[in-house]
Design a protein around this ligand. Structure first.
Ligand code: 5AD
Ligand code: SF4
Length: 472
C-alpha cells in the first residue's frame, strides 16, 4: 500500500502488554498502518505503559519528552506525528497526561484498544482525546481477528489472553484499578484464536491473565469452564505441542488445574505461583487470603501431581511494617520451597492502593538490603536448578537463531534458554537434546536425534502448514 502509514509501538511491563501491543497493531492494519522499528519515520507512536511499580509514570514522561523532539522537528511539514499513551499509566493518570505533556494527542486505557481506529480519527481532527472508561461491549470480540500473515511474524511461540483484570485486591497492587474487574473470554473465542495460531505455525501458547487461574469462561454448553478444563480442550488442537499459563494466585489453583498438570504432557512443567511473602502477618496485611502453610500444602499437591514441576514466584520485600523476623520468614519459605527462578521487588507504594496509606513504611535502605539478601538466595537456587539439568536429556523447542552462527536458541520444558548447534531448518521444531554445559542464565545442549521429539500425526500436519508459510 503506497499511502501506508507507520506505527511505532514501545511496550513496557508484563506479557499482557506484549499481547496487547500486537492486538493494537492488528486493529490498525485494516486502516492502513504497518509497524516500524524506526521511531523517526513513524506517523503514530504508541507507548504501551506499565504502572505496577514506582517511577513507571515518570519514565513515560521522560520518554514523551524525547519523542516530542522528533515531533517538533516535523511540525509544519507534511508528515506530522501523533503520540498516544496506552496501557496502565494511561488508565491511572488519564487527563493528567494531557495536562503534563502537551505533545500527547491521545490517551487510552486497556479496555479501549478495539476502538483505536475511531479514537485516532478523533485525535486527527485536532482534538486531544482521553478514553479511560470501562466500556460494556466485549473488547475481544470487537478486536479484528489476527491476520495469518501478521501472526506468522510472531514466530513459534505466542501469548493468548484468556482472562483480564483482578478481583483479589491485594493491598499493594494497582491491577484491580487499572485493568478492572475480572473477565474471562469465552471458551469458543479462546479455542478459535488458539487454532488460528497453530495453523500459522505457532507450537507453544502461553495463556495470559492477571489472575489466569481464576479463568471461568462460558463453555459451549453454557456452563462455566475453569482453566483446567480449558487446558484439556486446548491440548486437543493439532500442532499445539506446548501449553503454559501465567500468572496464578494460590487461592485459585483448582483440582481440575492440578489434574491437568498430572495428565497433560503438553502442559509444561513450570508454574509461576507468586506468594509475595512468608510471614502470615504480612500476608494478612497484603490481603493475600492465604497463609504460608496454605502455600506449602498447595505446592505439595502440585508436586505430587507433577513431580518434575519447576516453580517460580514473585516476592515483595519491605511491605509496610515488615520486621526482620517477617523478612526471615520469606527467606525460610524460599529455602523450603526451592524455586527454579523468582522475581523480587522492593515494595513501592502505589497511589490509590490501601498499602500506600499504611503507617510504618520501611526505609529505603532496609528494603535494598533485604532485596539483596533475597536475590542472592534466589540466584543460588536458580543456579542449582540449572546445574541439576547437566547431563540430562530434554526436549527443546527451537525459537530463534542462536547467539552464534550455526546455533539455534530454544527453550526447555522448564522455560530455560538452551543454545544448541543446529541447522536453521529446525527453527520451530522440537528436538531431543543433551545438556552439556550450564551458564548463569542458560544451558548449552547438543542435538542427540534428528527426529521429532514428539511425533504425532497431528504434529506432522501442522509442520506442513508451517512450512508452507515459511516459518521453519
Ligand atoms: N510494589 C512492589 N512490587 C509490586 N508488585 C505488584 N505491586 C507491587 C508494588 N506496589 C509485584 C508483585 C507482583 C509482580 C507482578 O509485581 O510481586 O506479583
Ligand atoms: Fe494484583 Fe495479582 Fe493480587 Fe490481583 S492477585 S491484586 S493482580 S497481585
Amino acid at each position: 500500500m503506497s499511502d501506508a502509514k507507520t506505527v511505532f509501538v514501545r511496550t513496557y511491563g508484563c506479557q499482557m502488554n506484549v499481547y496487547d501491543s500486537d492486538r493494537m497493531t492488528d486493529a490498525l492494519a485494516p486502516v492502513g498502518y504497518r509497524t516500524t522499528d524506526n521511531l523517526d519515520e513513524a506517523d503514530l507512536v504508541i507507548l504501551n505503559t506499565c504502572h505496577i511499580r514506582e517511577k513507571a509514570a515518570e519514565k513515560v514522561y521522560s520518554e514523551i519528552g524525547r519523542i516530542r523532539k522528533v515531533k517538533d522537528a516535523r511540525a509544519g511539514g507534511d508528515k506530522p506525528m501523533t503520540i498516544a499513551v496506552a496501557g496502565c499509566v494511561a488508565q491511572a493518570e488519564g487527563e493528567e497526561i494531557i495536562n503534563r505533556a502537551p505533545a500527547v494527542d491521545l490517551v487510552f486505557g486497556p479496555q479501549s484498544y478495539h476502538r483505536l481506529p475511531e479514537l485516532l480519527k478523533r485525535a486527527g481532527n485536532g482534538a486531544r482525546v482521553v478514553e479511560t472508561d470501562f466500556p460494556t461491549e466485549d473488547k475481544f470480540a470487537a478486536l479484528p481477528a489476527a491476520e495469518k500473515a501478521v501472526m506468522m511474524k510472531r514466530g513459534v511461540t505466542a501469548f493468548l489472553t484468556v482472562q483480564e483484570g483482578c478481583d483479589k485486591f491485594c493491598t499493594f497492587c494497582v491491577v484491580p484499578y487499572t485493568r478492572g474487574a475480572e473477565i474471562s473470554r469465552s471458551v469458543a473465542q479462546v479455542l478459535d484464536e488458539a487454532r488460528r495460531l497453530a495453523e500459522a505455525g505457532v507450537r507453544e501458547v502461553t495463556l495470559l491473565g492477571q489472575n489466569v487461574n481464576a479463568y471461568h469462561g462460558e463453555g459451549p454448553d453454557g456452563s462455566d469452564w475453569g482453566l483446567g478444563r480449558l487446558l484439556f480442550a486446548l491440548a486437543e488442537i493439532p500442532g499445539l505441542d506446548r501449553l503454559r499459563y501465567t500468572t496464578s494466585h494460590p487461592r485459585d489453583m483448582g483440582d481440575d488445574l492440578i489434574a491437568a498438570h498430572r495428565d497433560l504432557d503438553c502442559l509444561m512443567p513450570y508454574l509461576h505461583l507468586p506468594v509475595q511473602a512468608g510471614s502470615d502477618r504480612i500476608l494478612g496485611l497484603m490481603n493475600r487470603k492465604h497463609t504460608g502453610a496454605d502455600y506449602f500444602r498447595l505446592v505439595d499437591r502440585i508436586r505430587a501431581a507433577r513431580p518434575d514441576i519447576a516453580l517460580s514466584g514473585d516476592f515483595i520485600v519491605g511491605f509496610p511494617s515488615e520486621t526482620e523476623a517477617d523478612f526471615q520468614a520469606t527467606l525460610d519459605l524460599v529455602s523450603e520451597i526451592g524455586y527454579a527462578s523468582a522475581f523480587s521487588f522492593k515494595y513501592s507504594p502505589r497511589p490509590g492502593t490501601p498499602g500506600a496509606n499504611l503507617d510504618d513504611q520501611v526505609p529505603e535502605e532496609v528494603k535494598s538490603e533485604r532485596l539483596q539478601r533475597l536475590q542472592a538466595l534466589i540466584n543460588d537456587q536458580q543456579r542449582a536448578f540449572n546445574l541439576s539439568k547437566r547431563g540430562s536429556e530434554m526436549d527443546v523447542l527451537f525459537e530463534k537463531p542462536g547467539r552464534f552462527d550455526g546455533q539455534l536458541g530454544g527453550r526447555s520444558p522448564w522455560l530455560q534458554a538452551v543454545h544448541v548447534e543446529a541447522p536453521a531448518q529446525l527453527l520451530g521444531e522440537i528436538r531431543r537434546v543433551v545438556i552439556e554445559d550450564v551458564g548463569s542464565n542458560s544451558l548449552v545442549g547438543r542435538l542427540i536425534a534428528d527426529r521429532p521429539a514428539v511425533a504425532t500425526p497431528a504434529e506432522d500436519a501442522s509442520r506442513v502448514a508451517a512450512d508452507a508459510g515459511g516459518v521453519a
